[in-house]
Write a protein that binds this ligand. Structure first.
Ligand code: GAR
Length: 210
């Protein structure tokens, strides 16, 4: 499958997808000057900056984004640090092929600054989630999650780094499962094939060894 990756941050998840050999044809950032654009450039992946300023409203932004994605001919889209809610123009164009990675165990701590929210709440475990994108904010059906401990001396930076190192393994794994048709979104629920369930349980046993 040919993928677009929508970004807005450092680009560490984009780098992980590229390192895993995922066929990324296009990167779109909602912010200029971010590290993710450098990651795209050094991998020779075409990159566009699409900042919200200059668009009359969210729908106009989404229409342009949908056109850019369609003209790149991608089959699926990954949100990796793209901190905007997408409207139906984009979401409905990629049913079961639009994924988001989020730095918490959803439904806990949706939205911005999830590691900061986890520290403020005083939880001892947080984690990473990869889910299908629906019309809400971080509400789509969950495909895979992995826990991450919160240590007493954690700062937002140390916790974020620990979560992201898990994201970098989980996200490419899920993208591969979607490519192989091993994960489907049917009637609002995620169905894992036996192979996908085995892969994810392999991932669990592997992560326990780390
Ligand atoms: C990632 O940790 C991702 O989970 C988070 O942004 C970070 C981007 O980092 N996304 C969200 O918070 C979405 N609500 P990266 O640019 O280094 O991949």
């Amino acid at each position: 499958m040919r993928w677009a990756v929508l970004v807005g941050g450092r680009g560490s998840n984009l780098a992980a997808l590229l390192a895993a050999g995922i066929d990324v044809r296009l990167v779109v950032s909602h912010r200029a000057g971010v590290g993710a654009l450098d990651v795209a450039r050094s991998a020779a992946v075409p990159a566009r900056v699409l900042e919200p300023a200059g668009f009359a409203d969210r729908a106009a932004y989404d229409r342009t984004l949908a056109e850019i994605l369609a003209s790149a001919g991608v089959d699926g889209v990954v949100l990796a640090g793209f901190l905007r809610i997408l409207g139906p123009t984009v979401v409905d164009a990629y049913p079961g092929r639009l994924l988001n990675v989020h730095p918490s165990l959803l439904p806990a701590f949706p939205g911005l600054h999830a590691p900061r929210q986890a520290l403020a709440a005083g939880v001892r475990v947080t984690g990473a989630t990869v889910h299908f994108v629906d019309h809400g904010m971080d509400t789509g059906p969950i495909i895979a999650q992995a826990p991450v401990p919160v240590w007493p001396d954690d700062t937002e930076a140390t916790l974020t780094a620990r979560i992201q190192s898990v994201e970098h393994r989980l996200l490419p794994l899920v993208v591969r499962l979607v490519e192989r048709g091993e994960v489907a979104w049917v009637d609002g629920r995620v169905h894992l094939s036996p192979a996908a369930a085995a892969t994810l349980s392999w991932w669990w046993s592997k992560s326990e060894e780390d």
